[in-house]
Design a protein around this ligand. Structure first.
Ligand SMILES: *[C@@H]1O[C@H](CO)[C@@H](O)[C@H](O)[C@H]1NC(C)=O
Length: 421
């Protein structure tokens, strides 16, 4: 009995020892087979517009007891460790979706988030991978560094600039607000080139002409909407120029007659009408003397029952209209349309005549009077033209006939000569 007991104990001991040894062995084997953690693929770089969210994905195999962390590459700030965010930034979160992927998510992207991020495994030596985020920013125009509305004298140069920021760097295009072509002077050239738009942040306009006046738009755009624009108004300044299309006007008594002057001026001029002798320069010396008062001083005309004064303006161009109502002999005389601005003064002179209507004849029949547009010579011109043409036809006919006669004569003579031989 004792023998059996001893045998049992020994056997148990051996079995226990064996099992112990076997377990130990297995453990050792296991730790030898445990492979190092490694990355699966690389982190893709991403590009997103500001305000959206960006996700960087880091895939790791065989992490084992190791840990995965996310760091900002520029300053090595630790942002997250395993599934936990360790930085005080509410816009940053981490997601551990399955066994292998560790995602860093930055929401409401800002420009300051642009940069590279590091996915790190705390092995020794440590393993890392880098992924970068580019943040797109829609264009913006920096007002302080861009042109404001400007006024330049005709003949001088102007440069319109527009400074734009954004990522990618925006393109700046210039157009005219009214849709007209931009007129560009090539350096050293007299002519102006017509272009629909101009690409570049500085629009140089050399030796300005008045037709270059207007509102210009600079439009900044990149791949990120919306594009932005700024309006720069360019005023080209010059002294007034006045032209009266018809300087002599005849009108019958009792009718209304309209006097017209075309004005170009910038800045906008002050315009008025004078009647009487040549207007002296300067507004102050205008007297209120009437022509009938004997003194032929200029009289400033005012809108009222006798005169209707209007002025239409379109840009730097304008039309001054003076209607003299119920034309009477005292209205015969010289009229001046005067236009002044800060750069100068100009005037146009017109003369009003009376056209005498013969009783019983309703048409105007006055041969010593030059009527407005000058129909006068056109009839005579066309008459003499017809004459000249018929004369030419006659001359060429005569020449032709002579040639034919002469040619026939020569033929006749030569045939005669042949016969004689
Ligand atoms: C991501 O961008 C960085 C820096 O621009 C670059 O070094 C890296 O090769 C890029 N990675 C990939 C996967 O394209």
């Amino acid at each position: 009995m004792e023998k059996l007991q001893t045998w049992f104990i020994v056997t148990l001991f051996i079995v226990t020892k064996y099992l112990q040894a076997r377990t130990q062995n297995l453990n050792e084997q296991n730790s030898q087979l445990d492979p190092d953690p490694e990355f699966l693929g690389t982190i893709s770089n991403v590009t997103f517009p500001a305000g959206r969210e960006a996700i960087l994905t880091c895939s790791v195999r065989n992490l084992g007891k190791n840990k995965v962390g996310w760091l900002r590459a520029s300053d090595q700030t630790v942002l997250a460790l395993q599934g936990r965010v360790v930085t005080h930034n509410a816009r940053i979160s981490v997601m551990h979706d399955d066994m292998h992927t560790w995602k860093l998510k930055i929401s409401k992207l800002r420009e300051s988030d642009r940069g590279c991020y590091m996915c790190q495994i705390n092995t020794s030596p440590m393993k890392k991978q880098i992924g970068c985020i580019d943040v797109q920013v829609p264009p913006d125009i920096i007002n302080e560094e861009s042109s404001a509305d400007m006024a330049v004298q005709e003949g001088e140069d102007a440069t319109l600039t527009c400074k734009a920021t954004g990522n990618p760097q925006p393109r700046v295009t210039w157009r005219r607000e009214d849709g007209e072509m931009i007129l560009l002077r090539k350096s050293g050239s007299r002519e102006l080139m017509r272009v629909e738009s101009f690409l570049g942040s500085s629009l140089k306009l050399m030796r300005l002409e008045r037709r270059q006046m207007g509102a210009y738009l600079c439009i900044a755009s990149n791949d990120v909407p919306p594009a932005v624009s700024k309006r720069v108004s360019l005023s080209v300044q010059f002294a007034p120029m006045v032209r009266a299309p018809s300087q002599l006007l005849g009108t019958p008594l009792g009718s209304d007659v309209q006097l017209e002057c075309h004005v170009e001026a910038s800045p906008s001029p002050v315009s008025y009408w004078l009647k009487g002798a040549r207007a002296p320069s300067g507004f102050a010396s205008v007297s209120n003397n009437n022509l009938e008062g004997g003194q032929p001083g200029p009289e400033m005309l005012l809108d009222g029952p006798k005169y209707a004064i209007t002025e239409k303006r379109d840009g730097y161009r304008g039309v001054m209209l003076l209607t003299v109502r119920s034309f009477s002999p005292s209205d015969v005389g010289t009229y001046h349309c005067v236009s002044t601005n800060s750069l100068g003064r100009a005037e146009g002179t017109l003369r009003l005549y009376e056209i005498k209507l013969h009783p019983g004849i309703s048409t105007i029949n006055d041969d010593h009077l030059n009527f407005i547009g000058g129909l006068e010579d056109s009839n005579r011109n066309s008459a003499s033209k017809t004459q000249r043409i018929s004369y030419l036809v006659c001359l060429s006919t005569y020449f032709c006939l002579t040639t034919i006669v002469y040619y026939n004569y020569i033929l006749f003579m030569s045939s005669k000569q042949l016969q004689q031989r």
